[in-house]
Design a protein around this ligand. Structure first.
Ligand SMILES: [Zn+2]
Length: 254
């Protein structure tokens, strides 16, 4: 009896392996950029970096294991200190703290980019599915590194704020907010919104643009001289729970 059961279980297991191997949809990797518009365990923040943080900011006891560069680690600490909720779509919120904790608990490697990596910008790669069937079966088993632009390599409090904003932008992409699909303008809009809220970017205005109105969504990117408008879908095919206005031809900003 026991032998029969074991053999049956083994057969099912082998069948499952074969089925999984053959029916697994193809997942491609694509790059996710933030194009600016204009495993070593870290134990503490070096004192000269500590002084870059605004008064009252504290360094938590648990630091992320996958950020070893001291300036990047300081930007992470900056992000961690911003616990004010940022309201995004559907009444959802996020915060600098939440994204920093995501980086730490998910052990997201964060490093500097280069001219060769990310073409001098901040970016990461991401798994992308072509259809809903692939999304449904998707399991994320790859470690995906975030690269931050070296243009933020300046030891000043103001630049640290921009670096933390870029880190938040890329971390938001890293969470795959709409699943393993190509980045859409809608996702980019929110990545910029979150990054801009963190860095208090003066170049970015979001007031009056309704990103659920396609005309406003594209208007935001053209108003901010964003290159790459034509390389992106407007909305992810996984978007649910919201009504999108694709018909209006113009964006009326109140
Ligand atoms: Zn982006």
């Amino acid at each position: 009896m026991k032998t029969t059961l074991t053999i049956t279980s083994l057969t099912i297991l082998i069948l499952n392996i074969i089925l999984n191997a053959t029916s697994q949809p193809k997942v491609e990797m694509s790059e996710v950029y933030e194009i600016p518009l204009a495993s070593n365990q870290a134990s503490s923040l070096p004192a000269d970096y500590q002084s870059l943080l605004p008064a009252g900011f504290r360094t938590p006891e648990k630091l992320p294991a996958k950020i070893s560069d001291p300036l990047l680690l300081t930007a992470w600490v900056y992000l961690y200190n911003l616990s004010e909720p940022i309201t995004i779509y559907n009444g959802q919120t996020t915060s600098g703290r939440e994204l920093a904790e995501y980086a730490r608990t998910q052990r997201v490697p964060i490093q500097w980019g280069s001219d060769d990596i990310c073409r001098g910008n901040s970016c990461s790669v991401r798994p992308t599915c072509p259809d809903a069937a692939c999304v449904a079966k998707f399991k994320n088993n790859k470690t995906i590194t975030i690269y931050l632009s070296q243009r933020y390599q300046e030891n000043s409090t103001e630049m640290l704020r921009n670096l933390a904003g870029s880190m938040a932008h890329e971390l938001y992409h890293h969470t795959l907010p709409f699943g393993p699909v190509k980045t859409s303008l809608y996702e980019e809009y929110w990545a910029y919104y979150i990054g801009g809220s963190i860095s208090k970017a003066s170049w970015a205005t979001f007031d009056g643009y309704n990103p659920l109105q396609a005309a406003c969504l594209t208007q935001w990117f053209s108003d901010h001289s964003w290159k790459g408008l034509n390389d992106h879908d407007l909305y992810p095919f996984t978007l649910t729970g919201v009504t999108v206005d694709l018909a209006s031809q113009t964006c009326t900003i109140p």
